[in-house]
Design a protein around this ligand. Sequence first.
Ligand SMILES: [Fe+2]
Length: 184
Amino acid sequence: MRPVPSGRMVTTENMKTNIGLNDETRLEVGQILNLLLADEYVLYATTRDYHWNVTGPEFRSLHLQFEAQYEEVAVWIDDVAERARAIGVGAEGNWNDLTKSARSSADPGIDLAPDSMLLELLELHEGLVVQLRSDSSLCLERYGDAGTADFLTGLMEKHEKAAWMLRSQLEGCEEEATQEASHE
Ligand SMILES: [Fe+2]
């Protein structure tokens, strides 16, 4: 005869998220993460829009650059959603809800000049850096959630690096425009 399995019963009580953060804190940190998720989606969709619609002599390199960027952002989106799940909160994946939550926006890609695309993306990344910086200190100082604060700081650094690269591309363009103007 098989032995009767032993061990503790799974109950609604011991299935509660028990990670040293109270329910109210987890919900508020979850709200921070879900708003961020919506803004990351705006960045993702914008980068993909520009990947499709970019034109001009730099088409090939920008088309590939934007593809690499939206693939990276897709990974970050997943990380944000799964961070919410890790603290026991739902991840907002419903498209209608996401569009209502989004705090950022950018110009549509059709007929947009490549430099304007780079500028729009730079501003989205920088906006996220600013948001993440304040969210990260809020999580640590107000909510005592060192894990989420650390996660947000890491994400902020990724956006800082992306912003630096976009800014460097635009700085080159700016120099050319100034030189052209000085020849007139
Ligand atoms: Fe593509």
